[in-house]
Design a protein. Structure first.
Length: 52
């Protein structure tokens, strides 16, 4: 994990670096989420999906 000086809490944690690392590891929802596929899956199972 990357350490940034001057951003440590009283316990010694570098919260800015930890937050940046978590953001870097998050999946790109827009890239992987296909709304039509996720809407079709419940329909195929017999459920209705409505969006407001």
């Amino acid at each position: 994990m990357h350490r940034l000086r001057g951003h440590r809490s009283a316990a010694g944690h570098d919260w800015a670096a930890r937050t940046n690392e978590i953001r870097r590891l998050m999946p790109d929802v827009d890239k992987w989420y296909d709304r039509d596929m996720w809407t079709a899956a419940p329909h195929d199972s017999g459920f209705a999906v409505t969006r407001g």
